[in-house]
Write a protein that binds this ligand. Structure first.
Ligand code: HEM
Length: 465
């Protein structure tokens, strides 16, 4: 279905020294792609942000699996379907830049994170950082997560609660200890609030860091984080702990050299961003499904009790593999509400897809949310059915029909950490509480930039212990 025109990515460097830099094509170079420029000035931006999934569905239904939009002042092309996902994510021929896709959103606040690096630079740093996800460090994080999550969930108590803000606060606390090795307290609170400002700013419409704007606060937050992390890095290098920052601090390149200080700091800040809202959103999606499906809640509770040998005990690292149904339910929740609904790239050279020639420099988007709702791969797609993720069912499907963690070189580095954290959370929550929601309750979900329930997800907790 796809073919790439012969030729090398352009070797010209832009002013920032990126050897792969490719300028966007002239707007009329995309005239032959079906689609719309939307409204004068704003293009399709507002319609897309208001309802990204509905917009994508309408566009694909009207124009087909290759369509053009115009958001944030620029035309780009969206490719729909499992083959499109494979072409762009697997990127066998290194034709798509992640840095130039994500850069406009993330470069100001999260520069040099792994998603903001391409090809050889990316491969070198990803290899070095992968050491932090080997079994021994993972076992240590598991211990830290268990302690924080046991304490945090115990304090929730009985009665109605808004689940989303509670899990967001708990995830920030666990990040302080398992990522940074910091005790909870005013210092962790100060860092957390700087971090929240940065995340908020990354999607702010005003992109200049003017005083009193979200971007102004975000840039100030970044300054604070960089200064603090640089000091902390020196401490961790001298006296490493069990946290992920200590692992990053000691990570080495192939020649045995430690990564430069400023780069480790940038990688750590980026990782916190990549981990935080994704876990919060996906865990909220899972709890929503479990509140609606008490039969699955009971199955997962039984599995959690058996894996940990009882209620509200730490879930041992060795027992994670026994949480098979939990993993299937989590995968299904990620299918229904993928925390990263769409992935941007920029084409470094001309390519063809679905019969269209797409010029070098074009912004290209693929959508997990679209493929996850496609009845061709997922019969009755709105139905929560974890049994879609038995080994047999997985083997029958296109590999790129389920892409909540992306794929290829940039596939989520923290996915095993995510599974682990969610299993520890499910264990502590479900063995302590029964979760329900009012009959007929259906929260509205904000889709952009990361799915979250507009009312915080109103559930009822009934203590079991
Ligand atoms: C359910 C939770 C999560 C989801 C759905 C998720 C999703 C993703 C996706 C879709 C990408 C690839 C984006 C692209 O190709 O452009 C990605 C990359 C990444 N994620 Fe996750 N993520 C999750 C949790 C985490 C956690 C917990 C961590 C860290 C502990 C993490 C660290 C990263 C990093 C470092 C990258 C960049 C990898 C690279 O560019 O090589 N993520 N994630």
């Amino acid at each position: 279905m796809a073919s790439i025109a012969p030729g090398r990515p352009q070797d010209v460097q832009n002013e920032r020294g990126n050897p792969h830099w490719t300028s966007p094509p002239r707007a009329d170079a995309l005239d032959h792609i079906p689609g719309t420029d939307g409204w004068p000035v704003v293009g399709t931006t507002i319609t897309q942000l208001a309802d990204p999934i509905g917009f994508a569905e309408r566009m694909a239904a009207r124009y087909g699996p290759v369509y053009r939009t115009r958001s944030f002042g620029r035309r780009s092309v969206n490719l729909v379907g499992a083959d499109a996902n494979e072409l762009v994510l697997f990127d066998r021929e290194r034709n798509f830049s992640s840095e130039q896709g994500w850069g406009p959103v993330l470069n100001l606040l999260f520069p040099r994170g792994l998603m903001l690096l391409d090809f050889d630079m990316h491969r070198l740093d990803r290899r070095a950082l992968s050491a932090a996800f080997k079994p021994e460090p993972m076992r240590n994080y598991c211990g830290l997560l268990n302690a924080d999550i046991a304490r945090g969930t115990q304090s929730w108590g009985a009665g109605p609660m808004a689940f989303y803000p509670a899990i967001k606060a708990l995830t920030l606390e666990t990040a302080a200890t398992s990522f940074l090795g910091l005790p909870l307290g005013p210092e962790a609170d100060r860092l957390n609030s700087a971090f929240v400002d940065m995340v908020q700013a990354s999607i702010a419409p005003v992109r200049r860091p003017l005083p009193f704007t979200a971007m102004g606060k975000g840039v100030a937050g970044r300054r604070l984080m960089v200064a603090y992390f640089t000091q902390l890095l020196r401490k961790r290098r001298a006296d490493p702990g069990q946290d992920m920052f200590s692992q990053f601090a000691l990570a080495t390149r192939d020649d045995g050299a430690l990564l430069p200080e400023d780069l480790v700091v940038d990688h750590m800040i980026f990782l916190m961003m990549a981990a935080h809202d994704t876990i919060t959103s996906s865990m909220t999606g899972l709890i929503w499904q479990l509140a609606r499906h008490p039969e699955w809640q009971e199955k997962l509770r039984g599995e959690a009790r058996a894996a940990a040998g009882g209620d509200a005990r730490p879930l041992p690292f060795e027992a994670l593999g026994q949480m098979v149904l939990t993993e299937m339910a989590f995968k299904e929740a990620l299918r229904i509400l993928p925390p990263v609904p769409a992935t941007p790239r920029r084409a470094l050279r001309e390519f063809s897809f679905g019969g269209y020639r797409i010029p070098a420099g074009t912004g290209v988007g693929i959508s997990a949310a679209s493929i996850h709702a496609d009845p061709a791969h997922w019969p009755d797609p709105a139905r929560f059915d974890p049994l879609r993720f038995t080994a047999e069912e997985i083997a029958k499907r296109h590999k790129y029909a389920w892409v909540p963690f992306g794929g290829g070189a940039h596939m989520c580095l923290g996915l095993h950490f995510a599974y682990m954290q969610v299993k520890v959370l499910v264990h502590h929550i479900l063995t302590r509480y029964e979760i329900s929601a009012a009959p007929g309750y259906a929260p509205a979900w904000q889709a952009w930039p990361i799915p979250k329930p507009r009312d915080g997800l109103q559930v009822l907790l009934r203590p079991l212990l």
